[in-house]
Design a protein around this ligand. Structure first.
Ligand code: NDP
Length: 473
């Protein structure tokens, strides 16, 4: 691991939406924790002054978590602003001057993906790429070919170990906790395989629609926006083999091996949906076939996981905003007490948001004279408050040079290989009513395994989100 702490943070896209919603709160939190004490240089082309950037930071913080006066004052003193277009070499010359004596800057590209290449090139031509790291936002390509092309462009100027590809899902406390719980205990490992598990399902639901970002969403759709990245990374964390160490490469090797073992999707394993009214959203084509919902059935072709289906459904305008994993155990081998047995009498439920819950579904005896059972959940953990937001964790790690929570080139390309065959209009898109669970066709996909688990079943009162979510696309 490159342990050298970055000595400046250059932040391309400082006037953008992501900066406003996620990055300024993360920067203030980093200052408050004492892990950000170097110059922070915002770069954009809005013609702003540094005071305007400070004012924007203050507005952002008021709306997203509040101002911590001491941390805000410190952050304000660290901030600089460089104005200029990314296609203009003068922007990089000015940025280089503003960097002063900094020798190991971190460049964070919170900008449209079409600008990743020009900015990488601009940095290199201005002599700013040496000893630097670059953090790139999602989406990383729109299919396998474009991801490979983007990797090629970045590699012309930065070695792989200097490239940090953000998938903010990996920065979530709940996802970290999956890895920790799996590999810091012995009780789960003997059960975590095809012998004991019948299937795994994940629901990632958003109750809201595209929130005025129809133009952006038209370029993505659910499969590109969340399945290829967040969901496959989550599958990797759930199903990877134990890493040989906790440093970045053993963890990333184990994740990459798992993703490479996921079978390429075929049309029979995919159902796409679009919520009624999507085509009337601003920026959306009247004939759009972009999906706002997708359900997929995956298989991981390894010794441990052969023939265990993994079902994922994700979408917008669904009944609730929540993300939940349910691992269903096979039924007991025989019924000792004369009761019917079925897969799912036991489960492991991992609630990722809005609450953080780990719960073990089990059967216990109903009090009374008969040997009859009742299902209960043993709650291993429940948390409503979060210590650290994903962007705070990820940017702190990138400043420190720890790439564990960032996607490596082979992981990203392997994930595109999985979804590449079903991108676009290979499968039809079915309409669904807003605030429903998507098209009925999605139920058929999982019917053989008992149907979708309702994330409201165990957590009926969905509370306020515990973690600021980076809205998708
Ligand atoms: P915006 O369009 O809101 O902001 C883009 C930023 O890039 C602005 O600061 C803009 O500057 C700057 N910019 C664009 N082109 C140029 C140029 N030629 N020269 C100088 N500056 C330029 O985008 P977002 O903030 O929404 O998204 C940024 C990245 O983050 C994207 O890759 C997106 O996919 C990703 N992302 C966004 C999320 C979100 O919630 N918004 C969630 C997850 C990922 P100016 O305003 O001055 O024109």
């Amino acid at each position: 691991m490159n342990e050298a702490h970055a000595d400046a943070l250059v932040f391309f896209g400082a006037t953008g939406d992501l900066a406003y919603k996620q990055i300024f709160p993360a920067l203030q939190a980093m200052v408050a924790r004492g892990v950000l004490e170097v110059p922070v240089i915002g770069v954009a082309r809005s013609g702003w002054t540094v005071d305007q950037l400070r004012a924007r930071m203050a507005d952002s913080l008021r709306e997203h978590g509040g101002i911590d006066q001491a941390a805000f004052d410190k952050l304000s003193s660290l901030v600089h602003y460089v104005d200029g277009d990314y296609s203009d070499p003068a922007t990089f010359t000015q940025m280089r001057e503003t960097l002063g004596s900094a020798k190991r800057p971190l460049y964070y590209l919170a900008i449209p993906p079409s600008m990743f290449g020009p900015v990488a090139e601009g940095l290199a031509k201005a002599g700013c790429a040496a000893n630097a790291r670059v953090v790139v936002e999602k989406p990383f390509g729109r299919d396998l070919a474009s991801a490979q092309a983007l990797n090629k462009i970045l590699h012309e100027h930065f070695p792989e170990e200097a490239i940090f590809r953000i998938d903010h899902y990996l920065g979530k406390e709940a996802v970290q906790n999956i890895l920790y719980t799996r590999f810091a205990n012995t009780w789960l490992e003997p059960l975590w395989n095809r012998t004991y598990l019948s299937h795994i399902q994940i629901t990632m639901a958003e109750s809201f629609g595209v929130q005025g970002r129809g133009k952006f969403y038209e370029e993505a759709g659910t499969i590109r926006d969340v399945i290829q990245n967040h969901m496959l990374q989550l599958v990797a964390c759930l199903m990877m083999e134990p890493p040989t160490g906790s440093t970045p490469e053993p963890v990333r090797d184990a994740k990459a091996t798992l993703i490479k073992a996921i079978r390429e999707l075929c049309p029979e394993d995919v159902v796409r949906g679009q919520f009624q009214g999507y085509r009337s959203e601003q920026g959306v084509a009247a004939t759009s076939t972009v999906e706002t919902f997708a359900a997929v059935r995956l298989f991981v072709d390894t010794w441990r996981w052969a023939d265990v289906p993994i079902y994922i459904r994700a979408g917008k305008a669904l009944p609730v905003t929540a993300c939940e994993v349910l691992a269903t155990f096979r039924c007991p081998p025989r019924s000792v007490f004369g009761e019917p047995t079925y897969d799912g009498m036991n489960h492991l439920r991992l609630r990722l948001s809005p609450e953080l819950v780990i719960a073990l579904g089990t059967q216990v005896k109903k009090p009374g004279g008969t040997m009859a059972g009742v299902p209960v959940e043993l709650e291993v953990m429940r948390r409503d408050r979060l210590a650290m937001a994903p962007y705070e964790r990820l940017l702190s790690d990138a400043m420190h040079g720890d790439a564990t929570l960032f996607a490596r080139q082979d992981e990203v390309e392997a994930a595109w290989e999985v979804v590449d065959p079903i991108l676009g209009d290979v499968t039809p898109v079915h309409e669904y009513a807003q605030q429903s669970w998507g098209p009925a066709e999605a139920n058929a996909l999982i019917a053989a395994d008992g149907g979708w688990h309702d994330p409201l079943a165990h957590e009926p009162a969905v509370q306020e989100a515990t973690e600021p979510e980076a809205t998708t696309a």
